[in-house]
Design a protein around this ligand. Structure first.
Ligand code: 2BA
Length: 109
């Protein structure tokens, strides 16, 4: 059995939830925050048998899209006062960041 942790953009989360339900895949959805942009994203925890890992990965791949997001870099007071320093810059986010971990034990009491 494996634990799949998938971090995706909020905009894709409902489509992904529905796709999991349709495929009879059980998942837990958590509200999360990206450490870099400090904006909201969604983390799914999916516990599945080994033979369903590829199904889960392909559903995530199909439903998660990369998008550009603008951020304003923080300017240190010590920095030279370059006028362009605080202009928003575009960062590519997603589609999905996915970790697949082995599960040692699984219990439901
Ligand atoms: P954030 O940390 O808010 O990062 C959003 C996007 O900003 C990233 O997209 C990446 O394009 C860029 N980025 C992140 N750190 C950067 C840095 N030090 N320098 C320059 N650009 C940087 P993604 O790579 O698609 O990541 C989307 C979200 O997935 C991340 O949101 C974070 O919540 C999660 N994530 C990504 N890699 C991770 C990892 N190794 N461990 C845990 N969470 C991760």
């Amino acid at each position: 059995m494996k634990m799949i942790i998938a971090i995706i953009q909020d905009k894709d989360s409902n489509v992904l939830s529905n796709a999991f339900i349709e495929a009879n895949i059980r998942a837990t959805k958590l509200s999360s925050t990206g450490g870099f942009l400090r904006s909201g994203n969604t983390t799914f925890l999916v516990g599945v048998d080994d033979d369903r890992v590829d199904d889960v990965l392909s559903i995530i791949k199909k439903t998660s899209h990369a998008r550009g997001q603008f951020m304003t870099p923080q300017v240190s007071m010590d920095a030279s006062m370059d006028a362009s320093a605080s202009y928003p810059v575009e960062v590519q986010v997603g589609g999905a960041t996915v970790f697949v971990l082995p599960i040692e034990q699984f219990h439901q009491f």
